[in-house]
Each structure stands twice: as structure tokens, then as C-alpha cells.
Design a protein around this ligand. Structure first.
Ligand code: SF4
Ligand code: SF4
Length: 479
């Protein structure tokens, strides 16, 4: 019997840079209106990787959904295109499903579609420079400065006006800092105002608070719930590996306080996404952290620290590359042992997302505005000190897109090294800021390219194993 397994919808995980998915995005595949069965044939770029004796994971890099097929499904694929005389009504549904996933096409030379424009305009509101931690990779110069209420309202107005002017259907706000819980009253005012303005303008609204988690007591968690905010908490290890790179003001570790904050959020029914930043220093402890998160059913994202790939010796970079590749593989093995309910394709390899085609690794330079506590507007939170406009500008989004000093929105198919890459619409070409720091340019491939290309097959295999485990939860097959 033909068996086809496809991923469940991904979690609504968000970290500092992830592309916001539309609220209206359909979580399941819908079958296309039927193409004549005899037109269908395997996509010429179709690849398969064995999972076990009976199953393979099947995909077309950058272009298809990922599916697990059994041998009967694979044999069906290999019989295509069908002869006119063949009557295969029993597998018509399977064939149409495979076509809907992009694994089958109706032409020997299918057109490679450009990724669709995003319907979501995202904004990072930098609520404060203040923070109670001193993380080693932080880019904020700490002060006590906070956003005033009038500036917060002006920022929301600028965002909503930009969304309407440029034809977006939704806005996605990240309240960040510094530590935004140190400006919670202003976050609350901004969020209430954003809800009212979006409602009046007919725009969808997603909003998330990005926090270090140490101040998440039950009272604050309850307030975040009332405000309808999602929650993303940074945690880089369960103990020492986190503490070494995220100490508090006195130099003491913060992991215990973050874990308490996560427990408080969970106890109140506010499931956080945990954002893990890995470096050569903490990658060895990542499997332990991931096991802890999986036991609790918490979604998480894994990113590489962006200051890593700068001006070091090539040999040092290669050693760290290898360390990260091996560490990530160990982490994937941990995930395979206790896989989550949701797809892992979009959250476990830095800025890459293998669950859908997209034209860049993030929204910076295209569909993104960063507004600081004084109303200055920049293309990315990493370049807050290089604003291109302020709240008096009539069209700040155009100013960001047209900025030639810092062109962050170069599409992946215009980056040298990425243009011909099979993975380009799943990878997006990596963080433009990391690329800029490593190479002085944003129109070339990511400094993490070797890591990505080494790990894409591992991640696809992991997703295949996860789908198999999900389909046979009681069988106890070896993952
Ligand atoms: S960064 Fe590397 S893997 Fe990613 S699209 Fe560019 S060439 Fe491909
Ligand atoms: S440019 Fe880099 S740091 Fe900025 S939003 Fe994009 S991925 Fe994140």
C-alpha cells in the first residue's frame, strides 16, 4: 500500500530574526485541482535519501515540501508518466498529493517559481537599552534609556502607515531591547495601541516579546497573557555553558533564573519559544539543553552567533566550522531520540528554513523596520547605530529598501555563490550582517555556507525520522 507522510504545521516559533509567517497561512497541503494523471512525472530534481529498508525521505531542494515515501510510493513514482491505458484510480489521490507537494510535475522542464512576496510587515521595537544581563555577544551599549509612550505610539503609527502604504495584510511586532520587561508599562501601552490601530485598519497583528527570561515572575507572565503577546526566551545551556556567555551584572550565572522564568510561563499556559544561540563554546552542551526542552514539549530555535565569522584565521574558522557541524549533529541525534510533534525543518539550522521557498534569510531590507527608543529607524537591530530615517520620515520603509550604504535586502538569487545553489530558496543565503562582517559585502554567500550545506541532508533525514516515529509511535523503531 502506498504510504506518504508529510509534516505537521511548524510551531509558531519566532526568534530575533525569523521571518514572520502569515496568520492566514494554511497549515496543511491542499490538493491542486486535478491535473490529468498521465501528465504527471517526477520532478527532474527529485532526490531521495534512505531512512530504513522500507522508507525514503523525498524532496526537491528549495522547491518542494518534504515527504516520507514507502517503497510502494517510490515504485509508483518510478512508473510515471502513466500510459493512457492505465487505470490507477486507486492511487489517483496519492499522485495528486505528490503533485501538490511539488514532487511531481506536469512537464519535463518545470519553471522554477520565484518565492512569493511576504504579506507581513515586521517591526522590532527597541524598548530600552537597559538590561540586567551582560551577554558576551550582545551588541547593545547598555544605558538606562527607555522608549517614551509618545515615541511608542509614533512607532506603531509608522508601522501601520507603512503596512497600508505598501499593501501588507499583517504586521508582526517584536518587543525587544535590552530587556523589554524593564519597560513593561510602555510595552503594554504600545501593544494596546497596536491592537486598536490594526483592528481599525483591517490588518492582522502578531506580537511577541523577546526576553532573557530572568524577570518572568507569575505577575508579569499574567500581564503578557492579557496583552495577547507571544513569548520568546533566550537560553543557551542548562547551567555553566549558559552562564559563561550570559552572566548578570555582577558576573553571576543566569541559567537558573531563566529556567524558573520558563517554568512560570508554562505554568500560566503561555508556552514560550526558546531561542538557543550556539557558539563554539556552548555547542557541546546543546544536546542536554535540547533534551530538557523536548521533555517539556517546548518549541525552540537554534541560531549561530553572528559575531563569530569575522576576521579570524581561516584555519581557526575551519576548526570551528567542524566543531559546529559535529555539535549540531549531536543535537539532531538528541531530537531524533525524542522528536517533537511539529516539523523541525524551519527551526534547527540558523536562518535556514527548509519548509517553504523564500527569497531571503530574513526580512531585513525589505519587509522589516527597526525602531529604537528615540524613534530612529534602521534596517536591522544589529545596525541600530546606523539609522536611515526617523519617525518624521513620510515613508521609512522605502528609505530602508533604497539605502545603498547598507543593502541588506539582496535576494538570494542575486548573491554570488548562491545564484546556482540548489538550496537557495530554503537557505536564503544567511544573515546579511554576518556576511557583511565576514566579507565586507552583502551580495555574496553566507560565511556559514559550509555548515549549512553539510547539515541540510542531516536535517532532512531528521525530519524523515520524525515523521516515521510519529506515524508509528508505539513501534519503538530505532531513530
Ligand atoms: S549560503 Fe550557501 S547554502 Fe545558502 S544559498 Fe548561498 S550557496 Fe547555498
Ligand atoms: S540581517 Fe541578520 S541580524 Fe538582521 S534581521 Fe537579518 S538575520 Fe537577523
Amino acid at each position: 500500500m502506498v504510504q506518504i507522510l508529510i509534516p505537521q504545521p511548524p510551531p509558531h516559533a519566532i526568534n530575533d530574526c525569523m521571518l514572520a509567517r502569515p496568520l492566514s497561512a494554511q497549515p496543511t497541503l491542499h490538493l491542486r485541482p486535478t491535473l490529468p494523471l498521465e501528465w504527471l512525472r517526477p520532478h527532474p530534481l527529485l532526490r531521495t535519501m534512505p531512512l530504513d529498508e522500507e522508507h525514503v525521505v523525498a524532496f526537491v531542494p528549495s522547491l518542494s515540501h518534504v515527504a516520507v515515501l514507502n517503497q510502494a510510493a517510490l515504485a509508483l513514482l518510478q512508473r510515471l508518466p502513466l500510459d493512457h491505458a492505465e487505470t490507477l484510480s486507486s492511487v489517483a489521490g496519492s499522485l495528486h498529493a505528490l503533485a501538490a507537494m511539488g514532487l511531481l510535475v506536469s512537464s519535463a522542464k518545470p519553471r522554477i517559481p520565484e518565492p512569493a512576496a511576504s504579506p507581513v510587515l515586521s517591526a522590532w521595537l527597541h524598548m530600552t537599552n537597559a538590561c540586567n544581563l551582560r551577554c558576551s555577544y550582545c551588541y547593545i551599549q547598555k544605558t538606562t534609556a527607555r522608549m517614551k509612550t509618545a515615541t511608542a505610539y509614533g512607532a506603531i503609527d509608522a508601522l501601520v502607515d507603512a503596512a497600508l502604504r505598501h499593501g501588507y495584510r499583517e504586521v508582526a511586532i517584536k518587543y525587544a531591547g535590552g530587556e523589554p520587561l524593564m519597560a513593561l508599562d510602555t510595552v503594554a501601552e504600545a501593544q494596546s495601541y497596536a491592537q486598536a490601530r490594526c483592528r481599525a485598519a483591517g490588518l492582522g497583528l502578531q506580537a511577541t516579546l523577546l526576553t532573557n527570561g530572568t524577570m518572568l515572575n507569575p505577575v508579569r507572565v499574567a500581564r503578557l497573557r492579557e496583552l495577547g503577546l507571544g513569548l520568546t526566551i533566550s537560553l543557551d545551556g542548562l547551567a555553566l555553558s549558559h552562564d559563561a556567555q550570559r552572566p548578570d551584572l555582577r558576573g553571576a550565572g543566569s541559567a537558573a533564573a531563566v529556567r524558573a522564568g520558563i517554568e512560570n510561563a508554562c505554568a500560566a499556559g503561555l508556552t514560550p519559544t526558546v531561542a538557543i544561540t550556539v557558539t563554539g563554546a556552548n555547542i557541546g552542551a546543546a544536546p542536554e539543553l535540547v533534551a530538557w526542552l523536548l521533555e517539556r514539549g517546548l518549541p525552540f530555535t537554534v541560531s549561530f552567533a553572528r559575531s563569530q565569522a569575522c576576521s579570524r584565521e581561516r584555519s581557526a574558522l575551519m576548526a570551528e566550522e567542524q566543531q559546529l557541524i559535529e555539535g549540531m549533529r549531536a543535537m539532531y541525534a538528541t531530537v531524533a531520540a525524542n522528536p517533537p510533534r511539529w516539523s523541525v525543518l524551519g527551526t534547527l539550522l540558523d536562518r535556514a528554513d527548509l519548509s517553504y521557498a523564500h527569497g531571503g534569510a530574513c526580512a531585513a531590507g525589505k519587509d522589516y523596520m527597526v525602531i529604537d527608543h528615540e524613534g530612529r529607524i534602521a534596517a536591522c537591530q544589529m545596525v541600530l547605530d546606523q539609522p536611515v530615517a526617523d519617525l518624521t520620515h513620510p515613508d521609512p520603509l522605502s528609505a530602508i529598501r533604497e539605502d545603498r550604504q547598507l543593502p541588506l535586502g539582496v535576494p538570494v538569487n542575486e548573491k554570488a555563490g548562491c545564484r546556482e545553489c540548489d538550496w537557495r530558496y530554503w537557505c536564503g543565503g544567511g544573515c546579511p550582517i554576518a556576511t557583511l562582517r565576514a566579507t565586507g559585502r552583502t551580495d555574496v554567500k553566507s560565511p556559514y555556507c559550509n555548515i549549512y550545506t553539510a547539515l541540510f541532508p542531516d536535517l532532512l533525514r531528521l525530519e524523515g525520522l520524525r515523521l516515521l516515529r510519529q506515524a508509528r509511535p508505539a513501534s519503538g523503531e530505532d531513530a
